[in-house]
Design a protein around this ligand. Sequence first.
Ligand code: TYM
Length: 331
Amino acid sequence: PPRVFSGIQPTGSIHLGNYLGAISQWIKLQDQNEDLILSIVDLHSITLPHDPKKLSRNILELTATLLGCGLDPSKVILFQQSMVSAHTELCWCLGCISTMARLAHLPQYKEKSANLKNIPLGLFVYPVLQAADILLYKATHVPVGEDQLQHIQLCQELAKIFNNRFGQTFPMPHTLKISNEYSRIKSLRDPLKKMSKSDPDEKSRICLTDTPDTIVRNIKKAVTDFTSEVTFDPENRPGVSNLISIHSFATGKTVEQICKEAEHLDTGRYKFVAADAIVAYIKPIQESIAQYLDDKGYLLSVLAEGGEKASEIAEVTLKEVHNKLGLRVKY
Ligand code: TYM
């Protein structure tokens, strides 16, 4: 039976890339009654130096954000990765069938380690932990944005290697492709880059927690090009097309409709129209997030319950893996 797994890091505020590329997709799957398991992957967030207090706060904030976006913990399993110790245990087992050469090739590792003198081992092992996340639940589908495709590919390879060496255990996990427009939302400062939590320039993104003023200002400053008409052409005009995509998502209008309505505007004036629509879309979500944030006890209870449900499934797989590897001695 199909089972969907996905994860999100509790590092900093959630931006529209995360929202369009992942969270809104999860809500859709929830509404289709899919078997959906979602993890706040806090262990992935300690692979680079971090502030413990801030991380704890971010975990609660992310929980409130996911609920505020519409995830319903009675319909999906929502849990915190570090509460289920089987993740790190399976990570070790999979690490023993991974090669250094393969991991060194992964683009996210190359990018994140490029400017470091001392590279943490955890950063290198990161994708193996991600594979463990997915395989632990025998997930068949993994909805992610484009930046995660190589990691899912590694996960597929590890599943294959494990199955070949130790007997059929894991179903092949497939990436759930989302509509191309939203699988890579671009940075507002450099439309050739993805919108990212780790970009030091806060003007490069729109976060769900931004005030309307900030959103309008950042969109106004968004890098476009020297053509003044509003046309949708992601290849040649990535900047303005990125805004149109987000605008289209926020209003439910097609990109053609948006361009038609903006016929008499130049890109400068169009930005205000897009910004207003985006602010209006985000506002109720923000209000809902704020309400959840007011009830920390409830947030903690959601994570505790999710952790128990996830552990139950995870422990069964871990036992099976231990058996297959000969770790559990049978008489
Ligand atoms: P993370 O926390 O960086 O991002 C969460 C999700 O948001 C998507 N995303 C984007 N989509 C479109 N445009 C963008 N600009 C954009 N930026 C981010 C990501 O593709 C992702 O789907 N390693 C993962 C977390 C993870 C995970 C997993 C995911 C850990 N274990 C198992 C799936 C399955 C990460 O850092 O995502």
